[in-house]
Structure formats: C-alpha cells, structure tokens
Design a binder for this molecule. Structure first.
Ligand SMILES: Nc1nc2c(c(=O)[nH]1)N[C@H]1C(S)=C(S)[C@@H](COP(=O)(O)OP(=O)(O)OC[C@H]3O[C@@H](n4cnc5c(=O)[nH]c(N)nc54)[C@H](O)[C@@H]3O)O[C@H]1N2
Ligand SMILES: Nc1nc2c(c(=O)[nH]1)N[C@H]1C(S)=C(S)[C@@H](COP(=O)(O)OP(=O)(O)OC[C@H]3O[C@@H](n4cnc5c(=O)[nH]c(N)nc54)[C@H](O)[C@@H]3O)O[C@H]1N2
Ligand SMILES: [Mo]
Length: 688
C-alpha cells in the first residue's frame, strides 16, 4: 500500500516521495495518478488504487508518463523563428532561444500593430484539449474575450453527438457508468472502448460474468471485438438506417413497451405511422450491409432483453448525418422501455463540469460585444479565404491543428503564409509549432494546478504541482497572465493565481457540490459526485421526444452520409483512435510509436488483391483533397469497401509528406458544426 504525501511540491524533498495527480488528457476516464518524485523529477507514474472508477489501472499510454514529462524533446525556452516556416522538428535550427520577456514583448507589439490596422478580430485563438483541466484548458478565454479577438467554435470532437442526444433526451443526465453491470445486453455501439474507455470495460466484463451478452456494432473489428459475443459490421454512416430497421421489426413483432410509450414518450405513433414503414429489413439490409437474418436476430434479442444498455461512441457522429444518427439511436431504448429500467438505456457520457460555474473562468462578460465566430473545423478556410478581416494572427495553445484538423493541405497552406503571425504555446516542437513565429514552452500537468472533471464518470479531482516547472516552461494560466499585463489589462482577474480561481469556483454554491467531502478534494483525492436523482426526463415536455417539433426534421429518419451521396471513390476511410496514442499526443514516446507498428493503412485482402497490392508494401491513399503514404497491412478485420488508418501521426514520423487528415474534408455535420472525420472516401495505389 502506498501512502501519497499531502500537499504540493515544496522543493525541500530529497528522497523519493509519492504524490497524487490526475491524467490531464482528453479521455472519459480521467485516471487518478500516483507520481513518484525524486530530486524534483517524476520517476514513475502509476494508477491511484483509491480512485473510485479507475482503481489503480492505467492505459498503456500513461504507464510511462514520466517519459513525456521529462522527454529530451520538451521545449525549455521561448523560441523565435529565424528560418522558413514549417520545416519541422528536423529543422529546429530554424529557431533561436529568447527570454520570456523578449517573446512576450514581441507578441504584444505585433498584436498591437495588427489591432490598429485590422481590428482585434484579425486575431484568432485556436485551442482544444491538450489538457482537460478546467482552469488550464479555458485559460485563454477571458484574455481573448477582453482583447476582442475572433472566437473559436470548439466543435472538432462531438457536438453532433450532443445535438442528437439533446433533440430526444434534452438535459437528461447519464446514469452512473457502472449501471452497465446490471444489464443483460450490452451494446458497444461505435466505440472502441479497449482504446478510448478502458475502465468502462471492467463494468462490461462484470455484466458478462453475470450472464449478459455483449454486442459490438462498428465498421471494422477493433480490439474491442475481444469482449464481444456478437460483432455487427455496418457500412460506415448507416447506423441510422440500422436503428430504424430494428424499430420496424420491434413494431412489426409487437415487441414494444406500449405503456412506457404511452406515458413517457412523445411522438411514437407518428414515427410508427410515418417513418417505420419505410424501413423494412430488405431495404435496411441493402443500406447497412447486414443480412436480413442478422437484423431479425438483433431485433428479437433487443426486444427480449430485460435491460439493454447502449454505450454510444462518437465515431458514428462524425458524418454528414451524425446528429440524426445519434438522435435515432437515442430513441431506440424508448421503444422497449429500457430508459425506465436499472441497467438499461443509452450512455453517451457524463459532464461533471456542470458542477461548476464555468462562466467564472471563461468570462464572456469581458467581451465588449460578441465577436466573430470561426468554426475550428474550417481552419483551412479561415487561414486562406476568410475576409472582413482576414486572420492576421493565430495563437495556438494545447492543440496541434497542423495534424489533427481536417483538410491538412488547406491548413498547411494557411500556416505557410508569411503574412500570418503565429504563436504556439506547446510542450513539444509539434508540426504546428514548426510553423510558428514565436514558440512558448508549456508546462505539463505535473507542473501546474488544476481542477479536473470527467466525461465518462461522476468524479472530480483537484491537482497541485508535483514537480517544479521543467526548464522555463509556463502553464497556460501563467502565460495568459503575462500577455494580459503586456496588453495593459488591469482587471484583478488577470493577476490572480490558478489556485485562487479554483478556490473561487469551489466556493460557488452548486447542488452537485453540497454534500461532497471538501477535505478530500483539498487533499488532492478523487471525489465522486452523487449522481443526481432521475425525476422524469430533462426535455421541455418531460417526455422522451421522439417527435421534436423544434427540430427542422420533427422525426428521426435516415439521411445518407456525404460519402454515400457521392459514391465517387470505392473505399470509406476510418480515421480511428489507436490504443497507443491520443489524437496527436504521445508520439514523443518511441516505444508507443513502435507499438503502433508505423503509420499503417488496413485493407481487406480482396481490396488489396484487386489493386495488385500486398501487405508490407508502401501505398498512396488519395482523394480530391490530398495524398498520403502508408504502410499497407491486409487484414480480415476490415471488411471490403473500408480502409482503416489508426492514430494521428506527426509529419516527422510519416512515410510521406502528409498524414491522415490530408484525406479528410472540412465539411460539417448536420447539426452542431461538428467534424466529419469518418465521412470520406479514398482509393489506394502503390506508392511511387
Ligand atoms: N487510445 C485513445 N484513447 C482516446 C483517444 C485516442 O485517440 N486514442 N481519443 C480521445 C478522444 S479526443 C475522444 S473524443 C474519445 C472518443 O474517441 P472517438 O474517436 O469517438 O472513439 P470511439 O468513441 O472509441 O469511437 C470510434 C469508433 O467508431 C467507429 N465508427 C466509425 N464510423 C462508424 C459508423 O458509421 N458506425 C459505427 N457503428 N461505428 C463507427 C470507429 O471504427 C471506431 O471504432 O476518446 C478519447 N480517448
Ligand atoms: N484523423 C483524425 N483526426 C482527429 C481525430 C481522429 O480520431 N482522427 N480526433 C479528433 C478529436 S476527437 C479531437 S478531440 C482532436 C484533438 O485535437 P487536439 O486537442 O489538438 O489534441 P492533441 O493532438 O492531443 O494535441 C494536444 C497538444 O497539446 C499539447 N499540450 C498538452 N498539455 C498542454 C498544456 O497544458 N498547455 C499547452 N499549451 N499545450 C499542451 C500537447 O503537447 C499536444 O501537442 O483531434 C481530432 N482529429
Ligand atoms: Mo475528441
């Protein structure tokens, strides 16, 4: 048993000591960490066995967090560009180290000129989820609001999923994730939980032990297939049709919970009469690629289950029809009354940030007027085409758009502009940083204070620094404090510390925080918030709204994805998460890169054969947006018609000049302005 030390790093410790922290990355689990610190360095990271949900188990990515924190590649001083833009880490001779004072002075000077000539909206902040802590993640909002800069619509991840869920369920809160243990039919739907929700799988395995059956519905056999009893591989973007087909069969066979539908659901009759007749099994089979016998068996098993539980991922929402697909799936449990049963329903995710008055961090009130909104998925367009005013300055923090944003060629064309003044605050000289005019070194989560929420559990945790700052790095919060001072902002808000702001947030009354143990939280331990009691559904009508007249389409129906509408190229590209990286994070760890086995494209052997390709060969994947070289792997795990590229690789480690997002488009989802990373078609030829 380990006994972590209390309080923050003091700088006076000489022998090894163990301190608590939190995994800062964009993952639903938000693991509790124990960090062994020796001589001011983190020497080992392990899971905190006292974390109520993650219970001491870490994913392969975090097992050597110390290798990221103390990587020889960490940036340790501010840098100013001396060579051409975008020559990558190999060309790091293109920068010269400068002091923070010089760097901040340079930035403030350029920004003042730009504001004078073009107005503050010519400045665009760009950030996403390098760190999930509520303070560091949102640290730029008050600054850019006060500056009057353009605002970024942060919709790269899953806004379509949220919009789809909300259309049916409103603000209904998710059950506790361990509710899955009480289910007799668990459906892992469009989620590679073995990569993206590993602690949730513990509950799934427990349900299995108690007799539950587990299904996986995906577009290829992901590593999650190992826990599944049944695997259903659907055509990409066709889950909406699948769901309507299942509903058709449930209605046809009288497998409905009529009482539940009458009392707690709005609009099932309309759906039954106007929509479901259009989705007979033969048609749904043609749309989804699933045989009619499989559809019949699925509907029969779903209808007969005592408490079917859907764990819905985000992949299937990243399509032109993504919000509608989620809306349709969210309606399904209502037909059999699963939302009313322990262990039943649909789990999309939690949001414990709801416990906090986040507007006290983001400070929309600092805006003199609502400024221009720029959708982050349209960064390529914003940097190359936007007028009134064009973007003259970009400030990137905890994000890596040169590789994570769609339409890489457009993004890089934008970043290459000599007249664009780019600042990047980063831990590493990422591909984005290699295009910067000024690079600022960022602190890691072990060096900063923060308050962490979770989007897969009901846990929160406060973290304090466990090691001193590496080199001259600074946290997001402290960097914006310097920039605020340089820009002449005198509001006391900008001179408080991150810990001051955390104290303030925790002191604001919230029904979520009423009964928690504040001493535990102050001590840096994980605190689980009580799941709010479910009284009815959080919709305007108090019912599950299958019919929602506030939507432009009042009822769910199947809309084909962009790629299905075009049908120009034969392969649908799945840009799926890897077990050994998190978006473009962790590529600094050599072992994790090796475990991915290089930047690969997976194809069914038949698809390789008709193109005279073989596994192990270098291939070029292409479409109208770009070309990307991959190492080809042929695999029966991938059905014909589908290509899979896991991971978001750095250009530095790519076999060619581009990575996967040179093949993804800037098209948006039907609702929410989301990304459509999975809704792209490609073809493949031998690399020249
Ligand atoms: N190891 C690892 N963990 C991660 C991440 C990572 O990159 N790696 N990313 C983090 C982030 S940012 C997020 S948002 C979360 C969630 O990250 P997401 O990217 O949403 O990952 P999943 O929810 O696992 O869902 C992706 C799955 O959806 C499948 N899919 C794609 N299209 C379809 C379709 O049309 N139908 C069906 N049924 N399935 C489809 C893909 O094949 C894949 O298995 O995970 C986080 N955790
Ligand atoms: N092809 C494809 N593209 C995708 C996805 C996909 O599945 N496939 N997933 C998409 C999704 S769901 C998401 S959420 C986005 C995520 O996109 P991003 O939010 O850009 O995530 P990362 O790639 O993890 O890059 C985060 C960067 O932040 C830096 N960083 C970490 N901590 C700090 C800090 O405290 N301060 C500062 N200043 N920097 C820090 C890290 O070094 C890292 O380079 O990517 C999207 N892109
Ligand atoms: Mo994400």
């Amino acid at each position: 048993m380990v006994h972590p030390a209390q309080g923050a790093y003091t700088g006076r410790e000489h022998s090894a000591i163990i301190r608590r922290s939190v995994c800062p990355y964009d993952c639903p689990d938000a693991c509790g960490l124990l960090v062994e610190v020796e001589g001011g360095r983190a020497v080992r990271a392990s899971g905190d066995p006292e974390h109520p949900f993650t219970r001491g188990f870490l994913c392969p990515k975090m097992r050597h967090y110390e290798r990221t924190v103390h990587s020889p590649q960490r940036l340790t001083t501010p840098l100013v560009r001396t060579g051409p833009k975008g020559s990558g880490p190999k060309g790091s001779g293109n920068f010269r180290p400068v002091s923070w004072e010089e760097a901040i002075g340079l930035i403030a000077g350029r920004w003042r000129q730009i504001i004078e000539r073009h107005g503050a909206e010519a400045i665009l902040p760009y950030s996403y989820a390098g760190t999930m802590g509520l303070i560091q993640r949102n640290a730029g909002h008050p600054f850019f609001h006060r500056l009057g800069a353009s605002r970024l619509e942060r919709t790269i991840c899953s806004p379509a999923k949220k919009a789809g869920w909300k259309a049916v369920m409103g603000n209904t809160r998710a059950p506790h994730p361990d509710e899955v243990m009480r289910s007799d039919l668990v459906i892992l739907w469009g989620i590679n939980a073995a990569a993206t929700s590993i602690h949730f799988l513990r509950g799934v395995r427990e349900a299995k032990k108690r007799g539950a059956k587990v299904w996986l519905i995906d577009t290829y056999r992901t590593p999650t297939a190992a826990v599944a009893d049944e695997i259903f591989l659907v055509r990409p973007g066709s889950d909406g049709a699948l769901t309507l087909g299942l509903m058709h069969l449930l209605a046809r066979d009288g497998r409905l919970d009529e009482n539940f539908l009458k009392e707690r659901v709005q609009g099932f009759e309309e759906l039954r009469q106007r929509i479901l007749p259009d989705y007979p099994p033969e048609k749904v089979s043609a749309l989804t690629g699933l045989p009619v016998t499989a559809l019949e068996a699925m509907a029969a098993a779903y209808g007969a289950a005592r408490a079917p539980f859907i764990r819905l991922g985000s992949g299937l929402s990243r399509y032109g029809n993504g919000a509608m697909t989620v809306r349709t799936i969210a309606s399904l449990p209502a037909l059999v009354g699963a939302y009313g049963k322990p262990g039943g329903g649909c789990f999309c995710g939690t949001s414990t940030s709801a416990a906090f008055a986040l507007s006290e961090v983001t400070r929309e009130d600092f805006m003199a007027r609502p400024t221009r909104l720029v959708n982050m998925n349209l960064l390529g367009q914003a940097l190359t085409k936007l007028e009134g005013p064009p973007v003259h300055a970009l400030y990137v923090y905890h994000s890596n758009p040169a590789v994570v944003a769609p339409d890489q060629n457009a993004v890089l064309r934008g970043l290459e502009r000599e007249d664009l003044f780019t600042v990047v605050h980063e831990r590493f000289l990422t591909d984005t940083a290699s295009y910067a005019d000024v690079v600022l070194p960022a602190a890691s989560s072990l060096e900063t204070s923060d308050l962490y929420n979770s989007y897969g559990t009901y846990c929160i945790q406060r973290a304090r620094p466990v090691i001193p700052l590496v080199g001259q790095s600074k946290s997001n919060w402290d960097t914006f404090a310097l920039l605020a001072k340089a820009m002449g902002f005198t509001e006391p808000f900008f001179s408080q510390s991150a810990d001051d702001l955390i104290d303030r947030l925790l002191a604001i009354p919230s029904p979520w925080l009423e009964h928690i143990n504040t001493a535990l939280l102050a001590d840096g331990r994980t605190v689980e918030l009580p799941v709010p009691a479910a009284e009815g559904f959080g919709t305007p009508s108090g019912r599950i709204e299958i019919l929602n007249t506030a939507e432009s389409e009042p009822l769910p129906r199947y809309i084909p994805s962009y790629a299905a509408q075009e049908d120009l190229l034969p392969l649908r590209l799945m840009t799926a998460p890897s077990l050994f990286s998190l978006n473009s994070t962790f590529y600094e760890q050599t072992d994790l890169r090796k475990r991915q086995g290089g930047m690969r494209l997976l194809l069914h052997p038949e698809e390789a054969k008709i193109r005279a390709l073989s596994g192990g060969q270098m291939v070029t994947a292409f479409n109208s947006l770009g070309e990307v070289n991959f190492l080809l792997e042929t695999s029966e795990r991938v059905p014909p018609g589908v290509a899979v590229a896991e991971g978001v690789w750095w250009l530095e480690h790519a076999p060619g000049l581009r990575t996967v997002n040179a093949l993804t488009s800037q098209r948006l989802t039907d609702r929410g302005g989301g990304s459509t990373f999975y809704d792209n078609a490609i073809d493949v030829r031998p690399a020249s």
